[in-house]
Design a protein around this ligand. Structure first.
Ligand SMILES: [Mn+2]
Length: 240
């Protein structure tokens, strides 16, 4: 079976819960549509688990994009020379990352060994910008946020990388008549035509799977073979 999840934002418990719930095995595959890290505390733990599995395919989110340049800086040895080179862009990048919840990731990152830090950095750099897959004869395009400046005749490899990371798609518009566009990034409670806030949204050949786990919603996972939805709701888990 093929599964998709997105915007886990450090919820290691939810991630493990959902893998267990679908009895995820070596015969399955999981596409992770970005924003694995930040806000929640388990981002690094999730990355470590993902990188051990050859059937988990990561796609870059804006949070990983921000982290990559900051982590590159954190890996450089601080010397008088490198302090002089600390330009405005690096400082601004570090501050922006902190502001969007990067402090939890940075905290956990600092506790890793040098080798683990380098492994995480290399792994983040391997994330894809998009995936095009076929499941049971149905075609899917997977991206983190959307496809800015979409043109049906433009192949995905021709868009600048940032077009996939930040701007949400128009959920009223069918992008591909013969494919589903699967996106995260925007909690589904913010899609105004969505009648089920905090649940996976399907409409106009869109499948939006960020169910806002870090903002009062839940963590969602979808099976593309069956379209069955799975959820981890920490409020229910706690029994309130
Ligand atoms: Mn995002």
């Amino acid at each position: 079976m093929t599964y998709c999840i997105s915007d886990i934002h450090g919820d290691f418990k939810g991630y493990k819960y959902l893998l267990e719930k679908v009895s995820f095995s070596d015969n399955d595959r999981l596409f992770v549509l970005g924003d694995v890290i930040d806000r929640g505390e388990g981002g690094i733990e999730i990355l470590k688990d993902m990188m051990m599995r050859s059937n988990v395919f990561p796609i870059l989110g804006n949070h990983e994009y921000m982290a990559i340049s900051c982590i590159k800086f954190l890996l450089t040895e601080i010397t008088e020379e490198s302090i002089k080179d600390l330009d405005e862009n690096i400082i601004r990048g570090l501050m922006e990352w902190q502001n969007v919840g990067g402090y939890t990731t940075m905290d956990a990152f600092h506790r890793l060994t040098r080798e683990e830090k380098e492994d995480i950095y290399e792994y983040l750099r391997e994330f894809s910008l998009y995936e095009e897959i076929k499941v049971n004869g149905k075609k899917f395009v997977l991206v983190h946020a959307g496809i800015t400046g979409f043109d049906a005749n433009t192949p995905l490899e021709e868009y600048p990388f940032s077009n996939f990371l930040f701007k949400v798609p128009d959920y009223n518009r069918v992008y591909y008549p013969d494919k589903y566009l699967v996106t995260g990034h925007l909690p589904t409670c913010a899609i105004h035509q969505n009648k089920r806030p905090y649940f996976i949204y399907k409409g106009n050949n869109h499948i939006a799977i960020d169910c806002g786990s870090y903002c009062g919603g839940q963590l969602g996972m979808i099976c593309l073979d069956t379209m069955k939805e799975f959820y981890y709701n920490y409020k229910e888990e706690r029994g309130n």
